[in-house]
Design a protein around this ligand. Sequence first.
Ligand code: FEO
Ligand code: CA
Ligand code: CA
Ligand code: CA
Length: 632
Amino acid sequence: MTTVFESELSADEWDEQNFPRAEENEFDRVVERAISRRGFLGGVLAFGSGAAVMGTGVLNLADAAKASVSRFAFQPIPTYTDATVHVPEGYNWKVLASWGDPLVDGVEEFNHETGGLAKDADKVFGENTDGMESFVHQGKQLLAINHEYVNRKLNLPQSENGTPASAEDVLKLQNLQGVVVVEVEEGDAGWEIVKNSPFNRRITHNTPMNITGPAAGHPLLQTAADPSGTQSLGTFNNCGSGKTPWGTYLTCEENFNGYFGATEAAPVARLDGVEAGFKRYGVKDTGHGYDYHKFDERFDVARNPNEPHRAGWIVEIDPTDPNSTPVKRTALGRFKHENAEAVLAPDGRVVVYMGDDERGEFMYRFVSNGVYAPGQSTDGLLDDGTLYVARFNDDQTGEWLALTPETTGMDAASILIFSRIAGSAVGATTMDRPEWISANPNAVEAYCCLTNNKNRGVKPNAGGDDTSVNGPNPRETNNYGQIVRWRPHNEDHAAATFDWDLYVMAGNPAVHEGPKAGSDNVNAGNMFNSPDGMAFDESGLLWIQTDGNDKNEGDFAGMGNNQMLVGDPVTGEIARFLTGPKGSEVTGLTWSSDRRSMFVGIQHPGGNWPDGGKLPRSSVIVIKRDDNGVIG
Ligand code: FEO
Ligand code: CA
Ligand code: CA
Ligand code: CA
């Protein structure tokens, strides 16, 4: 692993360093309710069965194989701690695209000395690949892929500690992030980017966007450059993704606060609510290291205190029209959006499930007022509806609490701009960092990864809400994570109420007994920590990706590198399918239209993966079966 990588911090790592983990309790709090409770299907939630507790620390692949006989078309793989990708026997992988790969002619191939030229940064495959979705248009295979954030030391190899020293450095970083739409094609050499395709497009921190919905034009969204409050520049920290029933891409703005800071200049007058919002969303005068505000006034909250309100949204992009203007849909609320899972209610209303990935924040749902009908205009569907926040009761029921002026005491626009504050006002359930949500295509149910939460039971969230252990978040200082699932009543995703259980509670049965060993469907052969990315395939299997601790020691001994597993939603069985290179997170997945190829993102790898050069490069890989059969 290069020293460059080791000292580079992801947004999460930065947070870990600046808000150090509390000392763990010596004894685990007993999770009575979770242990005694039975899942929907019986047994999934049970803890402490012989198989789970008696793990020896040696890989028990027999267990994993036993768990995989029914539906998994592969032999599960063990953990790895090395610097490359592993997939099961009978499958293969290759790199499709890496940070810096040119999308058009006239841009030089990636240069490991410079990390690419600033002037070309918006003409190459961007950094830190994350959520992605697949589209077919005019017979062409298109992918829309997020570029979440930057690894500054890698992207600015000449800089000191990755600190931008000029407006040009800042522009390079801004142009390496956002979204790419790219045409790909499978030829003799496998899948490759179609260079110069008219569909190839980079959307960056400077691309013009429209702002629509109830908060558009609100004074809190107005800036000197855009007094209308309806046209902003850029989409930020694009984490997970989503796809609408009408074939557009949803990109989700997560840790947007990191790009803002304040210069010494005396602050301009700020509107009511700005200070409270900065506090709840983590906008800080000192910034978070990007230093945009020192070279690009737009990011200086001393001068432009409303600019951060124009980030933290879900953005809709039409991947089939390279000239289309992306749209920020304010009706879906503003928070640290992870992904957006769009489904239809039986009456045709559009339901979008969304997580807010921060410790002790909430899970949300948008329900449109209008209905989707193929061939009819979908223009206002995501602009007009109700935003809800989830409350999970300890008796395995739950309800969606509408965020309205009556329930929150806030005006309609402020509810959307400060959704977290509105969620606190109605008593939403504080969660262990909601990451991706995915809906089962074969059953009316949805799943959310709750990745981990060192603050559970330790301290309140940034809004002061209590974060004692609760139903779906039953472990203090939760370092392994869990996946909650809910079944809406009346088989209707727009219903007001639901039942819930835990699909899996990650843990380490080789090291712990009891709650930290995980639920019954976790064993020494399939264990993992920090579930994050997640998607169902068309056959109804659940693919789970991890963004966890890969040091492979202590609480994490035997878990190896970050990985991708497959879960059977019916039996609860889980088996490991892929491991990523040391240092990386496995995040983002989609399939080719014929389902014979699976695209998977490898974010912030360590070492010199994938090409052996000086700089490791985030990449999308493509996985196939050797017999070219369907995957998922
Ligand atoms: Fe960008 Fe919460 O992951
Ligand atoms: Ca994530
Ligand atoms: Ca994560
Ligand atoms: Ca990440």
